[in-house]
Structure formats: C-alpha cells, structure tokens
Ligand binder design. Sequence first.
Ligand code: AMP
Ligand code: MG
Length: 325
Amino acid sequence: MCLGIEGTAHTFGVGIFDGEKILSNVKDAYVPKKGSGIHPAEAAEHHRNVAKRVFDEALEKAGMTIKEVDYIAYSKGPGLPPCLKAVADFVKILPEKGIIEVNHPVAHIEIAKFITGAKDPVVIYVSGGNTQIIAYAAGRYRVFGETGDIPIGNAIDVFIREADGRQPGGPVLEDLAELSEKNYIELPYVVKGMDLSFSGIVTAALSKYKKDKKQLNNLCFSFQETCYAMLTEVTERAMAHTGKTELLLTGGVAASKRLREMLSIMAQERGGRAFFCPLEYCGDNGTMIGVAGYLAAKSGQKPVKKSQVDFNSKWRVDEVEVLWV
Ligand code: AMP
Ligand code: MG
C-alpha cells in the first residue's frame, strides 16, 4: 500500500495505490493571481495550507487510516524549490513509514502506462513546466528530445495571456483556432536535431498579432499547427530510432484535440498505436507518485529515513535507475 504526495509546482495532491487499484486521488491547485504566472513562494504557501486536508481526504476516500499504509512516496523533484521544500517538510511530520523518493516525470510516465496499458511507449510529456520526448532504453528513461528554452504549455500560456488575457491558455487557443478560417500564417518552425524551441514562435506570433489584431484566430490555428507538427516530427523520429511502436501522450497539453489527432495519424501511418492518458491523470497528481513509489519499493529501491528527506529541483528523468521495467 503506497501513499503518494505531489507538490512540485501548482498542484498539491495525495493519492493511494495498492498495487492493483487506485484507491484515491485528491488534489488542490494553486491559482495564480489574474494576469500573472505561477509565483513559487505563493504556490508553496498554498501547499502548506492545504496539505493536511488533502492528505486526510485521500485516506478517507480510500476508506483507510495511515496505519494501513506501507510506504509514503513523495515527489523529490524536479520542480520549484519552495514547493519541493513544502512537500519535504510535510513528509517529515507524518508518521514513520518507508519513505520512497520519486522523480516527478518518472511518475507521469508510470501512471500513464498503468492507466492506458501501454507497454513500452515513446512518451510525449507536455505540460506547463515540461516538454520532453522520453523512451526506455538500457535501464533508464532516456530523453530523446526536449525543449531548449520554454515548455510548450508555458509558450501557449504566455501567448494567450498577452493576446487574449484568459488563463490557462490551452483551452482558449484551441477554441480560437477552431473558430478560425484555418489560414496558415507563417511562424518559425524550430526543430534542431531532436530538440525543440518555442520562445521564437511566441515572439513572432505576438508581433504578428500586434500588427493585425483581427488575425488572432488564424494565429491560434497556426500556433497549434506549428508547435504540434514539431512535437509530432520529433516523436516520429524517436519511434524510428528506437524501433518502438507505441506512443503515449501525457501532461496538461495532452488535452489538445489537435495534438492527439496529429499523433494518432502519425502512429497509424507507421503501423503503431497511440495512447492518451486520461485527463484526470495527465496533470500533476498524488496518485502518480503513489504508483511510481509502489513500483520502486517493490523492485528494491531503498526507503530513506525522515532525516534524509530532501529535494532536488534539477533532478532529471534520465538520472533515475529504473529497476522495475
Ligand atoms: P500541467 O502543467 O500539466 O498542469 O498542464 C497545464 C498546461 O496545459 C497549461 O499550460 C495549459 O495551457 C495546457 N493546456 C490545457 N488544456 C490544453 C489544450 N486543450 N490545448 C493545449 N494546451 C492545454
Ligand atoms: Mg507535471
């Protein structure tokens, strides 16, 4: 029985996994003030305020007490340092259990695999804070491609915040693109080798918007076409390179219908299969930490003592030895 705690960015979540079933998934997200992005200290303060309530609710929903929990897994990183510290501090005041350190992107991958049944996919992890194309090879999840500057979700949010004002940007971008005449306006397509870059696209789209505000819908359409084609290209190359036939989309940007469509077509054309993590488990949540913690504990990852509980804001997914695959 593994209880997982997440809190690397805006969401504080607790979930419980018994090795076969998800018993609960409770979360509470910090919402930035209107017109601004995430403020790390405020997000951390939010986590400290809701932690106990979310934790109690997760146990209650699972119909159990902390006595029945064997392991407590927590997101050690990567993430925003004040948020990670809030999580680590919370773990230290909980009853003594085997404590399992979990890498946040590994947890995204494991819960998406668990829920969709994908076995050995190329993972497209696209969120407000991350953009990576990841696949398992020789004992680790290797990063085959990633953003060299800002994550795709952040690019979308910045563009929409400046041009439209609403947040989060993703659903607005999608709606406006839907309303457009689907006239493609040229934007920089930036794929270098396996790496992607989105900040130039934001700058170009905003400058075109300022010159002709009536083009916003077509710019949203073009923004989607450009960014999602870049992601699809790099994913296809990762599949070709690794010989893998499955792809698995996760992270908040996985809500995008157009991205799903492009990836589906690509997978189909290659004779492969596309898996999409359901939205409840795409965004940050505690259950994913519980699932990854369970797998790690079961495969022999050593629990740490309370005095050793700390965080690593720069802990990359490919630094983790994956013992359970
Ligand atoms: P996360 O960081 O995983 O919580 O995901 C949040 C990100 O997902 C934000 O940047 C949102 O703008 C983005 N997002 C949400 N819905 C959509 C959508 N339909 N299309 C594109 N991006 C989306
Ligand atoms: Mg995440």
